[in-house]
Design a protein around this ligand. Structure first.
Ligand code: UT7
Length: 322
């Protein structure tokens, strides 16, 4: 599989740490020192499909491909516009990719890695020749804006990659899930239909909004990410030193620094943009990939590892040759 084009989209509205300190008891010093986040972009009514479509069009434009040439659209999200139709179909409609088959993939912050793997499996089987792979989340709609433990961490956005079957380009992946730890990171436990069926009249914020055991996620990430990156590099038959860039899910700069240390990799090989966007869930790796490409840091033949972790719990890493 080969990546031929990338794109991303971030909503215009910038929310700074100082802005958040007006609604919850927090401050810029705490947020920056504990996470590295300085600001995030928050949707002003833009939906996941609208953001995803903008990132998708940029990726197609970058690849020089017309929407009607797209055979498959895979959209990783945990904040789809509605239960039905799926959000990938809504993107199809907006960008006019009339010949595509469209489906959503739900794996929280690991979503883009899993979606890229799914594309690779489809393309390797010969079922499709190309795919538009998107990670997009409007995390702001499941945030409890009175919970300082989560509301300072996240942002909204979308990233996309157009990929094509190419047996000469290596793509190797390792993934895992641990459903027994599902309650560590949750959102949307109760839906409107549940309420109607149960005749419930009141909902507690934690029934709908995101809840998180931050320390457990932190410990899981600093243990699992280095492990899965090591596994994928070994499986790809390359050395850690040969990897040009490690594009990690952007959750916390301390997690990234810890992964770099555990792998013995210079932290400069792990680009960061969470200072500008916060944690954009399924979009984060895709946005970072696009930015690193646009900055001219990747060329043909570059070797990259992407890695994600998050709700499920889920985790995964992929080795990609550009
Ligand atoms: O995509 C995956 C999504 N999730 C993650 O990646 C989360 C991973 N975890 C983390 O990034 C970190 O655990 C956090 C940034 C969430 C928290 O950092 P921490 O160093 O683990 O802090 P803590 O939870 O141990 O809290 C330390 C203190 C507590 O106060 P006390 O009990 O010591 O008095 C918290 O109540 O900091 C307090 N606190 C805050 N203070 C100011 C928690 N949130 C805030 C806040 N502002 N926003």
């Amino acid at each position: 599989m080969e990546i031929l084009g990338t794109g991303s989209y971030l909503p215009e509205r910038v929310i700074s740490n100082d802005d958040l300190s007006k609604i919850v008891e927090t401050n810029d010093e705490w947020i920056v020192s504990r996470t590295g986040i300085k600001q995030r972009r928050i949707s002003d009514g833009e939906t996941t499909s609208q953001m995803a479509a903008k990132a998708a069009l940029e990726a197609l434009n970058d690849a020089g491909v017309k929407p009607e040439e797209v055979e498959l659209i895979l959209l990783a999200t945990m904040t789809g516009d509605e239960a039905m139709p799926n959000t990938a179909c809504k993107v199809q409609q907006v960008i006019n990719a009339v010949n595509a088959t469209c489906l959503d993939i739900s794996a929280a912050c690991t979503g883009f890695v899993f979606a890229l793997n799914t594309a690779n499996a489809y393309l390797s089987s010969g079922m499709y020749q190309n795919a538009l792979v998107i990670g997009a989340d409007t995390v702001s709609k499941v945030i409890n804006w009175s919970d300082r433990g989560t509301c300072v961490l996240f942002g909204d956005g979308a990233g996309a990659a157009f990929v094509k079957a190419n047996s000469e380009k290596a793509y190797v992946s390792m993934t895992g899930s641990d459903g027994a730890q599902g309650d560590v990171l949750q959102a949307g436990k109760i839906s409107l239909s549940n309420l109607l069926m149960q005749g419930e009249v009141s909902v507690e914020p934690d029934d709908y909004y995101m809840t998180m055991n931050g320390q457990k996620v932190f410990q899981f990430a600093v243990r699992k990410v280095p492990e899965v990156v090591r596994q994928v590099v070994e499986k790809a038959g390359v050395s850690m030193d040969e990897i040009d860039y490690f594009l990690l899910h952007q959750a916390n700069v301390r997690i990234i620094a810890s992964v770099a240390k555990r792998l013995g990799v210079p932290v400069e090989k792990m680009p960061v943009n969470l200072d500008k966007y916060g944690n954009t869930s399924a979009a984060s790796v895709a946005i970072l990939l696009n930015e690193v490409r646009r900055e001219g840091k990747l060329k043909k033949g570059s070797k990259v590892v992407i890695a994600g972790f998050g709700g499920g719990l889920t985790w995964g890493a992929s080795y990609i040759e550009l």
